[in-house]
Design a protein around this ligand. Sequence first.
Ligand SMILES: Cc1cc2nc3c(=O)[nH]c(=O)nc-3n(C[C@H](O)[C@H](O)[C@H](O)COP(=O)(O)O)c2cc1C
Length: 324
Amino acid sequence: MKRTFSVAPMLDWTDRHYRYFARLISRQALLYTEMVTTGAIIHGKGDYLAFNEEEHPLALQLGGSNPADLAHCAKLAQARGYDEVNLNVGCPSDRVQNGRFGACLMAEPQLVAECVQAMQAVVDIPVTVKTRIGIDEQDSYGFLTDFVGTVAEAGCEVFTIHARKAWLKGLSPKENREIPELDYPRAYRLKQDFPGLNISVNGGVKSLDECEAHLQHLDGVMVGREAYQDPYMMAAVDSRLYGDDRLPLSRAEVVEQMIPYLERHIAQGGRANHVTRHMLGLFNGMPGARQWRRYLAQNAHLPGMGASVLSDALASLPESAVAA
Ligand SMILES: Cc1cc2nc3c(=O)[nH]c(=O)nc-3n(C[C@H](O)[C@H](O)[C@H](O)COP(=O)(O)O)c2cc1C
């Protein structure tokens, strides 16, 4: 599995419908689930591990800090067919801090090491960590290398570094994705000091040009918001970042392939907008982008709406958007 380009775990955004859709745009990108807590998996009523086979390569992101619970969930993930299990050490929300997981775990490298060790002992798939460059006043390079060094010693070989610190008090999760300054050179330096680790950078990346620049220094780039808001930016990922020259689907072909998927979802009792809400940005930057977005936003939630909402939205676009 090559981690050159990955789509970040995003709660409420990278659900299995988005991931099915993203996979039609890039065959190679590594996709992450939303964070799923060990509590939800162990005690919840729903099936939090469900995915479509087409989504591979696919990593499950876990939230938790109890080694035994994480090991149990990692084992379930492997049995279900996930390609990787990732531990969230980056989320700053209050709710997560109360559960003592997410970014606040950066202050407890030994515990993270125990978590990683417990998971690795029971699975063969890679156990990886997504983290920040620091938390609160603990933002020196030494703090980051102590954390990464301790967790790497426990056997973790793959890290994704969101290249800004998190303020655990006073900032909302959204502000914590915008206000603390990005420091890419810190991630580059980490790779120099830990050349044996596979290190991806995350945060603020908006184009494949930027990805290529980061890849001069690092093993991979993880893109979050841009891959959601302008998903067709991923259409050139395979050729530019993986040397895979198969032609990508056009935007219209992506829509056509989503129609049978949406039909199945509706046949199983789902609503059209569960799926189409992830597709609103597909025509971004094209003539008709606003029309596409508006058509879906106004129609897909209507009771009884079928998969024809996608073909109708497509038919409402100018020819130049559909042909591109
Ligand atoms: C709506 C939303 C939900 C997110 N949920 C998660 C999550 O579940 N787990 C996680 O590690 N990060 C989460 N993040 C953070 C992203 O994974 C990523 O680190 C962050 O958005 C920075 O990357 P970007 O600038 O490319 O978006 C979330 C971000 C957004 C916008």
